[in-house]
Structures are given as C-alpha cells and as structure tokens.
Design a protein around this ligand. Structure first.
Ligand code: GAR
Length: 214
C-alpha cells in the first residue's frame, strides 16, 4: 500500500484548544498568537471539566469557551460526537490538546486525522500514559523531556512533530522535573503550531518532515 502523505495547510488557521486543568500550554499558544508568531486564531477553548482554571483564563482573555458535561452522555463516543460537531460548527482546522485528560475515541481521531496535536511530558515512545515525570525519575533515566505529536488512535503514539530534551538531575523530585519540562513544553508547542499553519509539516507514514519555508 502506498504511504499516506499529509501536508499541513498554509493559511490563517482556526484552533480549538481542549484542556482539563491549569492551561499553561494554552496560554503559551495564545501568547504566541498575540505576538504574531502563529498565524491563527483560537476559535474555541473546550473542556470536560467545568471549573478548569484554563477555561477561566480563556474567558478573561475574551475567547469563546465551551464545557460539555461527560455525565450527560451515554458513552465516550456520543460525547466525542458532540465535541466534533461543535468543532465543525466553528470550522476548526487544528485541535490542540493541552492537558486534556480524556482519551479521544477512534471516531474523534479519524474525524480530525492529522488535525489534532498533543503535548506529552516525556520523550515518547518512552513513558506514555500518566505521571510520567515520576516514572522517569523512578526508572533512573538520565534524560526526559517533552513531545508534541499528532494524535492517532493508539494513545500517545501518533507521529512525532517536535521534542525537547531535559536532563534528569540526581536530586530531582516529580515537581522540579515537571517544572523544567513544562518550560520546554511552552516553547515547542507554539513552535509546532506555527509550523503547522506555515504549511511546513509533512507527514509520511509515521514520520513528520519539516519543510523549508518557501
Ligand atoms: C502538561 O505537562 C502536559 O504535558 C500534560 O499535562 C500538563 C498540562 O499542563 N499532558 C499530559 O500528561 C497528557 N498525557 P497545562 O494545563 O498547564 O498545559
């Protein structure tokens, strides 16, 4: 079978940020938009958590927010169908998962194939899942970091866009390592989004190539 190729669109894009908590990556992306680094607008900030601090920040910044209560849907797919509908209504080009602590259903992944990014606080494919900063310390690895990747049906396993390496220090705690990784997250996530809307991300199979600016 021929390898599938995807090239990201060069345009002023419309982003939906999905978050469940603090929202510092959302702020980093929004800040990069406000300073003109990213050619896009955030058309929606979506959450599955009603009192997520990130939603409050979004309101303060004058962005449209939407909370959908998972308890009101019979299953995960019905919930995701509603979320996809809301994204389509707003002609969203890219969904940025930014601390969205809900696994997307295969349905959602297929509907927005190559149009969902995620940030993960480890060097994938090492340490997928949760509490990965602690796992990195417990395992004794010398380096960890952050990964921005496209979301595919297998959790934390989609094509890798950018990574940043962070050394693990002998006296690191989960908190200190998380804080140093987070600093790098705030650099590489906006950068990946910038490259996306400059039309410079080319996905071939599971590899992402960064094209020269034309
Ligand atoms: C970030 O560290 C992000 O990498 C992680 O949650 C945090 C959200 O922080 N995401 C995951 O672990 C996804 N598996 P934020 O709300 O301040 O952006």
């Amino acid at each position: 079978m021929a390898e599938e190729t995807f090239i990201s669109p060069k345009k002023r894009g419309r982003i939906a940020v999905f978050l469940s908590g603090r929202g510092s990556n959302f702020r980093a992306i929004h800040d990069a938009i406000l300073t003109g680094r990213i050619n896009a607008d955030i058309a929606l900030v979506f959450s599955n958590v009603e009192d997520a601090p990130g939603l409050q920040t979004a309101r303060e910044r004058g962005l449209e927010t939407l909370y959908l209560n998972p308890k009101l849907y019979p299953n995960r797919e019905e919930y995701d169908k509603e979320a996809v509908k809301e994204a389509r209504k707003r002609a969203i080009d890219l969904i940025c998962l930014a601390g969205y602590m809900r696994i997307l259903t295969p349905y959602f992944c297929r509907e927005f194939r190559h149009r969902i990014m995620n940030i993960h606080p480890a060097l994938l494919p090492s340490f997928p899942g949760l509490h990965v900063q602690k796992k990195a310390i417990d395992w004794g690895v010398r380096y960890s970091g952050a990964t921005v990747h496209f979301v595919a049906e297998e959790v934390d396993m989609g094509p890798i866009i950018l990574q940043a390496v962070v050394p693990v220090l002998q006296d690191d705690t989960e908190e200190t390592l998380s804080a140093r990784i987070l600093k790098e997250e705030h650099k590489i996530y906006p950068e990946a989004v910038r490259l996306f809307f400059e039309g410079r991300l080319e996905v071939r199979g599971r590899r992402v190539f960064i094209r020269e600016n034309d």
